[in-house]
Design a protein around this ligand. Structure first.
Ligand SMILES: [Zn+2]
Length: 164
């Protein structure tokens, strides 16, 4: 990028100071597989019994499932974070229905990303006015979460409509 090169030249002359330009270590890496490996973090939302959302009856756990969520990573170690959330599925013996433990505080249903990733991406676009590609790069460079720019666009368009 032109702006980065300009900053590099301005810093120049071998001076090492707090404003020295240092490229992100992952800059230029083209394949996702070559990026730093994610740190896996286990979370449990598995319970022996949960109240049925329809009738309130305490329903026993039927089985457990695992959901993988991309979360904000850490620049301390430069690695992304992936949450592996084990959650329980229950069966209400009265209503004969199956239901899962609510994870909506963590992520939207069917989403592969935590809510805080989506919220940050939307803020970058709506508040800071970043183009989708720039927001995608920012999310990786400063928060170590890889979000394709088209996904950032989808979230921003959905979020923009909601707030109106
Ligand atoms: Zn029930």
């Amino acid at each position: 990028m032109a702006t980065k090169k300009a900053t590099k030249k301005a810093a120049g002359s071998g001076a090492y100071g707090p404003g020295e330009y240092v490229a992100d270590v992952t800059e230029g890496i083209a394949r996702v597989e070559d990026l730093p490996a994610p740190r896996h973090i286990k979370r449990s939302r598995s319970y022996p019994k949960r109240p049925c959302p329809r009738c309130g009856h305490l329903a026993y756990r039927n089985r457990t499932c695992t959901r993988k969520l991309h979360d904000l990573g850490s620049l301390a170690d430069g690695r992304p974070r992936e949450l592996f959330v084990t959650y329980s599925q229950h069966r209400c013996s009265r209503c004969k229905i199956f239901f899962n433990v609510d994870l909506s505080d963590l992520a939207d249903p069917n989403s592969h990303y935590t809510r805080r990733v989506v919220a940050l991406a939307v803020r970058l676009v709506i508040e800071d006015g970043l183009p989708y590609r720039a927001a995608s790069w920012h999310l990786w460079r400063d928060h170590r979460v890889f979000v394709p720019f088209a996904t950032v666009q989808n979230w921003s368009e959905a979020g923009g409509k909601k707030s109106r």
